[in-house]
Design a protein around this ligand. Structure first.
Ligand code: FES
Ligand SMILES: [Fe+2]
Length: 355
């Protein structure tokens, strides 16, 4: 498996940033086993409804906190109590917020300080749960993207498509942002114009073309941007729809991905009929994304694209991506090397059908 060091991205294996870890509706009072950043983790919801993510293994004797069906802790539904999670082996109980063990049912002795689970920060937005990952342990220095449409009743909220894991490094997914040359062959949508713009943590792509998969006869214009390394949003034709793609490293060279689509109905408050149309629109958007996904699922790693005239700025996009794999102290240096606008030689940078 080709990993971060093979791509020469930097000394930090898993990037710094906000990452999706689950859809909101997957996380309940039944603990859920997940794996990200090379670590086994557990997600659960406390009785208050708040979600928590903790290390999967109990500090007592290493039991997995979610992978059990036969212990009476599980059968008697004692796994989640208040905001706490209880281990199925000897029933030690841990708080999800600070990770501290706060009950050992059979012991009257002092609870040792080492009886503590590592906890991860979680934020719940637009039907998803996100964690902030920083191998250096720093606080977030940029925010999740705002999606004001989520709370607008004219828009139909998405349901998350779970795409599973790809046996490839997220670099291959990020490359898509520069990849003007695949739009015709893969999507049937050769662009009429194309531009990348890099501003700090944000990587943008503007393009417009017709699109066979989405059956758009007129120009389909997209305004697509990554906020940090793992969350992509793409506005279709101004604001008729908003595509969401999230991807999170599972192991070095293994990536989990999700897709969704927010649909703007013609009504002030979306109707039941609009919901049906939205589901069809999401299925169409997913079909287009699946065309990229099939390529990634089967390609070999590409450490150095063999770039020709007419290709997009793969080098600049990879330069942008390096900021997340290097110590934060060097972030501005990496940003300065990547910031700017990158047109494609021989192609307009904006829609020439309008003035
Ligand atoms: S291993 Fe978890 S309580 Fe003993
Ligand atoms: Fe694509």
């Amino acid at each position: 498996m080709a990993g971060t060091s093979d791509y020469g991205l930097g000394p930090i294996t898993f990037p710094r940033g906000w990452f999706m870890v689950a859809a909101s509706d997957e996380v309940t009072q039944t603990p859920l086993a997940v794996r990200y950043f090379g670590q086994d983790l557990v997600l659960y919801r406390g009785e208050s409804g708040k979600a928590y993510m903790v290390d999967a293994y109990c500090p007592h004797m290493g039991t997995h906190l979610a992978k059990n069906t036969t212990s009476y802790v599980v059968k008697d539904k004692k796994q989640v109590e208040g905001e706490n999670i209880r281990c199925p082996y000897h029933a030690w109980r841990f708080n999800g917020a600070d990770g501290m063990c706060n009950e050992i049912p059979y012991s009257e002795g002092r609870i040792p300080a080492a009886a503590k689970l590592k906890t991860w920060p979680l934020v719940e937005r637009y039907g998803c749960l996100f964690t902030w990952h920083d191998a250096e342990g720093g606080e977030p220095n940029f925010d999740l993207p705002e999606i004001k449409e989520w709370d607008d009743p004219a828009w139909v909220r998405w349901t998350i498509d779970h795409l599973g894991t790809l046996p490839c490094h997220p670099q291959e997914v990020i490359d898509n942002m520069a990849d003007v040359g695949h739009l015709g062959p893969v999507h049937g949508g050769p662009p009429e114009y194309f531009l990348n713009r890099i501003e700090g943590h944000v990587l943008r792509q503007f393009q417009g073309g017709t699109h066979r998969t989405l059956e758009v006869g007129a120009l389909l214009e997209t305004n697509t941007f990554y906020t940090g390394p793992g969350i992509l949003l793409s506005y279709f034709n101004g604001d008729v729809g908003l595509m969401y793609i999230a991807h999170t490293p599972v192991d070095d060279g293994v990536t989990k991905a999700w897709h969704a689509y927010l649909y703007k109905s013609p009504n002030a408050v979306a109707t039941e009929e609009d919901v049906q149309v939205a589901r069809m629109a999401q299925a169409g958007s997913l079909e287009a994304f699946a065309q990229d996904f099939e390529i990634w699922a089967n390609k070999r790693a590409c450490f150095n694209p063999l770039v020709v005239q007419g290709d997009g700025a793969f080098g600049k996009i990879r330069q942008w991506y390096k900021q997340f794999y290097n110590p934060r102290a060097q972030e501005q240096k990496f940003q300065a090397l990547a910031n700017g606008e990158y047109p494609v030689r021989g192609m307009p940078t904006h829609n020439q059908r309008v003035a």
